[in-house]
Design a protein around this ligand. Structure first.
Ligand SMILES: [Mg+2]
Length: 224
């Protein structure tokens, strides 16, 4: 039966070199004509919607759906040029792992990301990865990563017409929130220390497997 592997984006497949954060922080000031607030908002592993809510709060912008949509329009307009400017990269082993999963084993590969769907497409497109993922869960409606995980699983279910092995669902991510959301859908977890968390930090959350980076992918292929 078919295995499914869901990938997080930032810190797992790629590093945008801070492009996402730059686009967010420029967008809040530009959209609402406010000065930079100089506050530190946690980005890692969180959904875009939760980050945007915190940015609005920090800049004294009323948190309404209309303001959210205005913000998103600016963010999506700025993101491509920020990606150009910041020189990010696809992380080690990612392309090889995707090749093995898709071409060699024919596994289903999807996304499970805190990014907005259109932001995810822009980031992946910039790095030539957009065509690799046929389905996924995005954060368009949600503040919490666990809700995104439920969406991702529903998208996979529908894409595969229910033909997959529920005991062979994996989530690959770089933060404790990825591990937690994987558990919320009964998935197994490969944690990679290519984001902001060290291998030791990730191990404390008891992933099924933890690797320094995805160039160690043969270890994962053995377990899957
Ligand atoms: Mg991440």
């Amino acid at each position: 039966m078919q295995a499914i592997v869901f990938f997080d984006i930032d810190g797992t497949l790629l590093r945008s070199g801070g492009a996402g954060k730059l686009a967010m922080e420029t967008a809040i000031c530009e959209t609402f004509a406010v000065p930079p607030a100089g506050v530190r908002i946690p980005y890692s592993g969180r959904t875009d919607r939760a980050i945007i809510r915190d940015l609005m709060q920090a800049h004294g912008v009323p948190i309404t759906e209309e303001n959210f949509q205005r913000f998103v329009q600016t963010y999506l307009r700025l993101l491509p040029e920020c990606l150009q400017r910041m020189q990010g990269r696809v992380l080690p082993g990612v392309l090889e792992l995707l090749d093995h999963l898709q071409s060699r084993f024919g596994y289903a590969v999807g996304l499970l990301t805190g990014n907005l769907r259109s932001g995810a497409r822009t980031k992946l497109g910039h790095f030539g990865l957009a065509e690799r993922f046929a389905f996924g869960g995005f954060e368009d409606q949600h503040y919490e990563r666990d809700a995104v995980a439920r969406d991702a699983l529903a998208a996979a279910h529908s894409y595969l017409n229910g033909r997959y092995d529920p005991s062979r669902i994996w989530v690959v991510g770089d933060t404790p929130l990825d591990i937690q959301c994987a558990r919320s859908i009964g998935a197994r977890v490969l944690a990679v220390a290519t984001g902001t968390h060290s291998l030791e930090e990730l191990l404390a959350y008891q992933p099924d497997l933890a690797l320094p980076d995805l160039s160690h992918y043969p270890v994962f292929l053995e377990q899957i």
